[in-house]
Design a protein around this ligand. Structure first.
Ligand code: C5P
Length: 227
C-alpha cells in the first residue's frame, strides 16, 4: 500500500516548517518542503536571467532543474543541481521571486509529478508542507492540516528566524513582505492558498509549536491506526 500522506498547508510564518520537521523526525516520515522546490526554481531563473513571467523560458528551465533533499544532522538541506542552496533560497529577494514564479501555471504543472514522486517513494509516510497540498497535490491525503496564525505574530516569528540567520531586516519590512506574499498566494488563479474543505484548521497564534506538534501527531496516529 502507498505511504501515509500528511498535508500541511498555510501562509508564511504559521510554523509549518518547524512543525513538519519535528513531526517527520518523530514519525520516521520523509519531509517534502514544497516551498523549497519553488524557491529553487526561482533561484535558477534569477541566476539565468529568466523573467518570472517568461513561460517559455520557465518551461525550458523546469526540464533542466534538479532538486533534492538530504537530512544533515537536525536540518533538511536543499540541493539545486547538486549544490547546497539551503541558505540562498531563503533570502527576502528569493522569497518574493518564489511567490512570483509559483503563480505561473506552467511552473505549478511542471512540479506536480516531482512533489508526488518524492512523497510516494517514502517507505512509511511523508509530510508535505506547502500551500496547495491538500487541495491539489494530494487531494486524497490521509491527514490534512491548515496552520494559521495572526499576521503580526507570524511576522515576528519570521523576523526572529531571519535575525538568527544574520539577515537584518526590520519588523515592518518583514510584515510588508509577508502581507504581499500572502495576498499574491491567496489571489492567484491557479491553486491559490486556501484550506481544503476537509482540512483541520489549527491556529498557532497563542500555542507553543510543541503543542501544535502534539495536536497534529495525535490525529495522525489515530488516522494511521484506522487505515
Ligand atoms: O513555504 P515557502 O515560504 O518556502 O514558499 C515560498 C513560496 O512558494 C510561497 O510564497 C508560495 O508562493 C510558493 N509555494 C506555492 N505552493 C506550495 C509551496 C510554496 O505556491 N505548495
Amino acid at each position: 500500500s502507498r505511504p501515509f500522506i500528511v498535508a500541511i498547508d498555510g501562509p508564511a510564518g504559521a510554523g509549518k516548517s518547524t512543525v513538519s520537521k519535528v513531526l517527520a523526525r518523530r514519525l520516521g516520515f520523509a519531509l517534502v518542503d514544497t516551498g523549497a522546490i519553488y524557491r529553487c526554481v526561482a533561484l535558477k531563473a534569477r541566476r539565468e536571467g529568466i523573467a518570472f513571467d517568461d513561460d517559455t523560458g520557465l518551461g525550458a528551465l523546469l526540464a533542466r532543474v534538479h532538486v533534492s533533499f538530504e537530512v544533515v544532522g537536525e536540518d533538511n538541506h536543499v540541493f539545486l543541481d547538486g549544490e547546497d542552496v539551503s541558505q540562498e533560497i531563503r533570502t527576502p529577494e528569493n522569497s518574493m521571486a518564489a511567490s512570483q514564479v509559483s503563480s505561473r501555471p506552467v511552473v505549478r504543472e511542471g512540479l506536480l509529478s516531482l512533489q508526488r514522486r518524492l512523497a510516494l517513494e517514502a517507505p512509511k509516510g511523508a509530510i508535505l508542507e506547502g500551500r496547495d497540498i491538500g487541495t491539489v497535490v494530494f487531494p486524497d491525503a490521509d491527514a490534512k492540516f491548515f496552520l494559521e496564525a495572526d499576521p503580526d505574530i507570524r511576522a515576528r516569528r519570521r523576523f526572529e528566524e531571519l535575525f538568527e540567520k544574520g539577515v537584518e531586516r526590520s519588523l515592518p519590512d518583514v510584515l510588508a513582505d509577508q502581507v504581499k506574499r500572502d495576498q499574491d498566494d491567496a489571489s492567484r488563479a491557479v491553486a491559490p492558498l486556501k484550506p481544503a474543505d476537509d482540512a483541520r484548521r489549527v491556529d498557532s497564534s497563542l500555542l507553543p509549536l510543541s503543542e501544535v506538534v502534539r495536536t497534529l501527531e495525535q490525529e495522525i496516529l489515530a488516522r494511521m491506526a484506522r487505515r
